[in-house]
Ligand binder design. Structure first.
Ligand code: SF4
Length: 227
């Protein structure tokens, strides 16, 4: 008789990601919860030296798998070489962090009283979407709301980009250039310099990074399978 595989709670993290994105349409202050997805992967990679978060807990990656693979919304085409290149991935990380710093600066300006609260979400770093319907005031200082609008914009932008590349390429194409994935990868490589530099250590590097289906070094990037 066929064995029925018991599902682990970790396989449902995509629901958390989908819920997070939905809540942002009702109350922008829920955006603060996204900080968990920001700090937990970094802390896990610093403490463990592995990409355990990507491998087991990332709801966003799972969400792309559900949409692309289970709902068959992905064309399932190979990711282009340039997207896997170090230049693009590190360049995108630098760009992403620059935009993140600008978002923090806007928050600071509201904190300092130099700028009033903007009830808008910036999508793809360009489009200012009116988002007043999701703001119902806050018991805290207005800068907390400014941060929420800015941070939700970051999360929404990465989700939209991920969905576009999910449709065009493989379901988890976003994971190839995800800034968080790149940062945790750099941390893992810094923690395991021997393995990272050893061309013969590709297999063990995959073990270290713990996410063989996504992306690792340039040496392994040609073998990436982002199903
Ligand atoms: S690369 Fe990014 S989206 Fe993909 S699993 Fe890791 S943190 Fe999640």
């Amino acid at each position: 008789m066929a064995e029925i595989k018991k599902k682990n709670w970790r396989e449902y993290m995509w629901i958390v990601s989908a819920t997070y994105l939905t809540l942002g349409f009702f109350n922008i202050m829920f955006a603060w919860l996204g900080l968990f997805c920001f700090f937990i992967p970094l802390i896990m990679s610093i403490v463990q030296g592995k990409k355990g978060y990507c491998n087991k807990y990332c709801g966003r990656g799972q969400l792309f798998t559900v949409l692309g693979k289970k709902l068959k919304l992905s064309r399932n085409k190979d990711v282009p070489r340039w997207m896997k290149s170090r230049l693009f991935r590190y360049g995108f990380l630098a760009f992403f962090l620059t935009m993140f710093c600008l978002m923090i600066r806007n928050t600071y300006l509201v904190f300092a009283g130099a700028q009033s609260l903007r009830e808008a979400v910036t999508l793809l770093w360009t489009f200012q979407l009116p988002w007043h319907f999701a703001y119902h005031g806050t018991a805290f200082s207005p800068w907390t709301a400014q941060f929420a609008f800015g941070f939700y914009g970051v999360m929404l932008t990465s989700s939209v980009l991920g969905m576009i590349t999910m449709v065009i390429y493989k379901p988890r194409s976003w994971c190839v250039y995800c800034p968080m994935g790149t940062m945790t990868q750099l941390i893992c490589m810094a923690k395991h310099p021997q393995t990272a530099k050893n061309p013969d250590g590709i297999k063990s590097l995959e073990d270290i990074l713990g996410h063989k289906n996504v992306r690792f070094t340039e040496k392994t990037s040609t073998k990436v399978d982002i199903r």
